[in-house]
Design a protein around this ligand. Structure first.
Ligand code: HEM
Length: 401
């Protein structure tokens, strides 16, 4: 019988408990959703095979794509029309060769060298946010709001050249978009406000293109206005909520493993490996981020998958696959977890992964250096988890020092 899906995730330290049994059962498991049936990919090797993309499409326009079957509730005509306008340039939803056209333009903006240049700016943002937390003398804060959501939003402001005077507006709308949860209308209103803001930003930047990301995309001259807005919007959406949710979860896990945190304080060169283990352990992007459809009949993990059948890769299950990671449920900064799929794999592998790694490392290192006595003030079971099916995270993380 097909597994009923989705299954809820509530524990900050573990994927849904059903995943382990599904992974044991088979690398591909049939599941039934409100709108139809799909294949769930449970193990790392098969996850990478699907994400490599041969004979697989990620485009919602491909017949059988599971996103179209997922929601029992259709979009309102106004919402559907607006969604279409947001789409040009959202290359995460395109297959090669269209996808390649955008990806090629963006790759030079996210190289290790470019990220090195961004590090002092990220450091400054992290430092200022911690100054604010320390300034009122209360010795307590709510880390999701004060740090997790704020840091990536301000980093993206810098990346996109959002004028300083507009930071407050940008931050409040991105926060609203991310925290709207299942309130579709509120989320949609915030999306439209941001899109209009980004449209003006692109128009303004086009008048006198600078030597920054937006300026270079404009002078590259190969994208229309709508495509540029779509690209910039994708960078915001893909880069904000993911990083924003990872920062508090990672801080929580490090506070719950004081021995490993102390070792990182002693040996800061261990941070990059620790960041990858945190990404693997939390796997904030799961099946919704990995929606695919077969474009030809093929065998995956010994299972025949037919053309037009929908597939979700369970990233959070693949990253706990005992075939690829010893003691997968243990958090171990020394394990060497870089072969995880927290950033995906293949053609759509996260374009911003170097930026995300830099943000996480700088945010966490600075937080624990500046506030060494940081502690969580509630029990794990009282921490409110957010799982609206998109990206896992906490809605609040009360801390004191
Ligand atoms: C911890 C933070 C992050 C995580 C866990 C994450 C995760 C992912 C994953 C899993 C994918 C692949 C989705 C798929 O296969 O369909 C992806 C794609 C992408 N990510 Fe990230 N991401 C993070 C941060 C960022 C940042 C900071 C940026 C840029 C500002 C970014 C930009 C993108 C873009 C543009 C894509 C689409 C790539 C393509 O389709 O070629 N991400 N991300």
């Amino acid at each position: 019988m097909a597994q009923s899906f989705p299954v809820p995730r509530t524990c900050p330290f573990a994927p849904p408990p059903e995943y382990e049994a599904m992974r044991e059962q088979a690398p591909l498991v049939r599941a039934s959703l409100p709108g139809g049936e799909v294949w769930l990919v449970t193990r790392l090797a098969e996850a990478k095979q699907v994400l490599m993309g041969a004979g697989i499409s990620t485009s919602p326009a491909t017949p059988g794509h599971p996103n179209t079957a997922l929601s029992a509730e259709p979009l309102s005509p106004e919402h559907a029309e607006a969604a279409k306008r947001v789409s040009p340039g959202a290359f995460i939803d395109l297959d090669p060769p269209e996808h390649t056209r955008f990806r090629r333009l963006l790759i030079p903006e996210f190289t290790v060298r470019r990220m090195k240049e961004l590090r002092p700016g990220i450091q400054q943002v992290a430092g200022r946010l911690i100054d604010d937390m320390l300034a009122d003398g209360r010795r307590e804060a709510e880390l999701v709001e004060a740090f997790g959501l704020a840091l990536p939003s301000l980093v993206i402001c810098r990346l996109l050249g959002v004028p300083y005077a507009d930071h407050e507006f940008f931050q409040s709308r991105t926060r609203r978009m991310v925290t709207a949860g299942t309130d579709r209308q509120a989320g949609f209103a915030a999306v439209m406000e941001i899109r209009s803001f980004l449209g003006d930003l692109v128009t303004e930047a086009a008048k006198q293109p600078k030597d920054d990301l937006l300026g270079r995309l404009i002078t590259g001259g190969r994208l229309t206005h709508d495509e540029l807005v779509g690209v910039v919007f994708l960078l915001l959406v893909a880069g904000h909520e993911t990083t924003a949710n990872m920062i508090p979860l990672a801080a929580l896990t490090l506070m719950r493993h004081p021995g490993q945190l102390a070792a990182l304080r002693e040996n800061p060169e261990g941070w990059p490996a620790a960041v990858d283990e945190l990404l693997r352990y939390h796997s904030v992007v799961d099946w919704v981020g990995f929606d695919r459809v077969a474009t030809e009949d093929q065998e995956i993990g010994g299972q025949l998958v037919r053309k037009g059948e929908g597939i979700f890769v369970l990233g959070a299950s693949a990253n706990r696959d005992e075939r690829a990671f010893e003691r997968p449920d243990e958090f171990d900064t020394g394990r060497g977890a870089r072969h995880h799929v927290a950033f995906g794999y293949g053609v759509h592998q996260c374009l911003g992964q170097n930026l995300a790694r830099a943000e996480l490392e700088i945010a966490l290192r600075t937080l624990f250096e500046r506030i060494p006595a940081l502690q969580v003030t509630v029990a794990d079971e009282d921490l409110p988890a957010k799982y609206d099916g998109v990206i896992f995270g906490l809605t609040a993380l009360p801390v004191a020092w």
